[in-house]
Write a protein that binds this ligand. Structure first.
Ligand SMILES: C[S@@+](CC[C@H](N)C(=O)[O-])C[C@H]1O[C@@H](n2cnc3c(N)ncnc32)[C@H](O)[C@@H]1O
Length: 377
């Protein structure tokens, strides 16, 4: 009965949503909804949401100005009066006031009754968060690339992000020079502590013997894993220049005795053997479906039967943060030139296709920072 009535239900729903869309598109209805007390709150909420969509780039630039002028560092010392703050920021008083009022409306700063400015709840969260601050500065490039989003969608524009992520633009990523990998490796390293904490809180790494981190950047994740599990042997695999940088960092951290950093191209070179757990942290979403599946197959082949894969990255379609995967990463990766954020269900399907068993989503405290999936080889 359900199967035969499905087209009928669909057509009723389509007609209903068509009617609703026509109603919402009518200026007379919108005026009426804003005037009528019962519909007014919804009408106002929608108008505000639409305004925020139109104005979002202005908010982002206000945030950038605050970061560049080190407003949050200044306010972290305590609330301050406008004249002193203006001098500290190197702005005329009226310009400083304009910026601080704008930032207060965005909850980045807060004005008290005495007219002094202090940290707002969102500004306070930026203090001591170098990963987020680095990302805000990095967005200057994304902002440029999104200037003509239609050209980007039509493939008529190559963005600066495509050159920034050296491996996205090269036919042979293994040949990326040190100066090409250094900026993005530093950017990733700045946000890695937050990501590592999420993963290691959600998955007990200490039950394993040997971790292989593929696309491990400068070694920030394996350093965090080493702290959680003092007996763990650790291997990092990344492009040769990035692996060389990781080797220095791991040796500076006193970890040379239990770590290896191996350089290579994970699409061409054999992956190191011997680990009982492999991590792919913020790696799969950088690649299109074909290469991503090949990499998952290579990882499965590198693991012994029963070995574990940890796949951690921001995912699409997660309730409450749909904009992160579909809007933000959708367009970030478009500007980068490859890859996409995938839904957990898509990743589970790819893992099964690559030969993994028991693929499952593990909840993380902050899915906005990273989602997590484990699977067994
Ligand atoms: C987005 S970064 C993530 C780095 C790190 N896992 C993290 O979360 O901070 C992707 C990493 O994959 C590495 N990578 C990209 N293509 C690669 C390839 N073909 N072979 C080996 N490593 C590659 C990059 O050099 C980079 O370190």
């Amino acid at each position: 009965v359900l199967a035969t009535s499905a087209p009928l239900i669909r057509s009723v729903l389509d007609r209903w949503s068509g009617w609703r869309d026509r109603l919402l598109a009518s200026p007379a209805f919108r005026r009426h909804a804003a005037a009528f007390p019962l519909t007014r709150p919804v009408a106002r909420r929608r108008a505000r949401a639409l305004f925020d969509l139109c104005a979002g780039f202005v908010y982002s630039q206000i945030l950038l100005a605050c970061v560049r002028l080190r407003v949050f560092e200044a306010l972290a010392e305590g609330p301050q009066a406008l004249p002193r703050l203006a001098r500290r920021l190197g702005l005329a008083e009226d310009a400083a006031e304009r910026l601080l009022k704008a930032a207060a409306s965005l909850r980045l700063v807060r004005a008290d009754r005495q007219g002094r400015y202090g940290l707002g709840p969102l500004g306070a969260a930026l203090v001591g968060n170098p990963g987020l601050v680095a990302m805000i500065e990095h967005h200057v490039m994304l902002y440029e690339d999104l200037r003509d989003p239609v050209a980007l969608l039509r493939g008529e524009a190559t963005g600066s992000l495509n050159r920034y992520w050296a491996y996205a633009g090269l036919a042979q990523p293994g040949e990326a020079a040190a100066h090409a990998v250094d900026p993005y490796t530093s950017l990733m390293a700045a946000s890695q502590p937050l990501v590592a904490a999420e993963i290691l809180d959600a998955y007990p790494i200490d039950r394993h013997r040997h971790l292989l981190d593929i696309g491990g950047g400068d070694g920030s994740f394996i350093t965090a894993a080493a702290e959680r599990a003092p007996h763990l042997r650790l291997t990092l695999f990344d492009l040769p220049e990035t692996a060389a940088r990781a080797r220095t960092r791991l040796s500076d951290a006193g970890l040379s005795g239990r770590t290896d950093a191996i350089g290579g191209d994970f699409f061409r070179d054999p992956l190191p053997q011997g680990a009982d757990i492999v991590s792919l942290v913020r790696v799969i979403h950088d690649h299109d479906d074909g290469p991503a599946l090949n990499l998952l197959r290579a990882v499965r082949a590198a693991l012994p039967p029963g070995g574990t894969l940890l796949l951690a990255e921001p995912m699409a379609g997660v309730p409450g943060i749909e904009t992160v995967g579909d809007a933000y990463f959708g367009f970030y990766l478009l500007a980068m030139g490859q890859g996409r954020a995938r839904k957990p269900s898509e990743l589970l399907r790819m893992l099964r296709e690559a030969g993994f068993r028991r693929a499952q989503v593990r909840p993380t405290a902050m899915p906005l920072v990273t989602g997590l999936i484990t699977a067994t080889a």
